[in-house]
Design a protein around this ligand. Sequence first.
Ligand SMILES: NCc1[nH]cc(CCC(=O)O)c1CC(=O)O
Length: 315
Amino acid sequence: MPIATRTSPLALAQTRDVQARLARAHGEKEPEESFPILGLTTTGDKITDRALLLAGGKGLFTKELERALLDRKARFAVHSMKDVPTTLPEGLEIACVLEREDPRDTLLTRDGISRIEDLPEGATLGTASIRRQSQALALRPDLNIVLLRGNVDTRLEKLRSGEMDATFLARAGLRRLGREQGGLPPLELSAVIPAPAQGAVGIEICSDDDEARKALEPLNHLTTQICIAAERGFLQALDGSCRTPIAAHATLDDLEIHLRGEALTPDGSKRWANETRTQLPELDPGAARLLGYELGLEVKRAGGDALARIVAETG
Ligand SMILES: NCc1[nH]cc(CCC(=O)O)c1CC(=O)O
């Protein structure tokens, strides 16, 4: 049962993890034979320019993997859930999500500064994420934001070479690549809310593939599934994507879900935020998604035309 993946080091690390878990769960001694990895290049991997990325539409990092599923060249497609559009193509579904890694961002600097507040006046922050740009400027309007694309190692190299003073990376990505930098503290969730579903890996299948769905059952983590359903519901209400300046994070304690979400202007000058603590009727992703959607609608109303324009321009 082949597993489709992008070929970035992070995507491959995540996919090898899924492959090992599948093999373990089903007592397969030869993971490579039972669950071979099919590496594919996506449109998003080929684009290095942010303007082009913005013009490219949704699903830039997922479409080619989905094509492989629909063509039955692969039975599973492994994704970072934050790159997955909120609406999937007809006939596909996310059948499983692994337990979430640390969802927080880390600030990386050459001189070990770990708080945005402590960066020198006018420091250069490299990021390709409009959410991170907006959140950084909301805290520090003096920062000089420059486009920084490329995989985790490329970004670390640009930092070392002095092309920029600081960059943000998802802690989950650094951990999975074994590149966590000497115990740097993550940015507190109260200061910088992560992207919806950050740190979660999901596995997509064809909805009519019952064998694949069954094979994934032992890998699913219900708490993660519920939390990211709420975060993605929030994003969906705002018509957002992984390129819009929208953040959301949920935690679950028994049946009580705590969801926080925000949308910002790209220059960080305005921020529309909201949160809820709600008792879910049952441990069900559908209920969480609806709750997230409702919170998203409230933020959407608060943001009015100004927010609608930002989403249309970045979505
Ligand atoms: N958009 C790229 C991307 N997609 C997922 C991750 C990190 C891992 C994750 O969030 O699960 C990253 C890199 C980053 O934002 O630092």
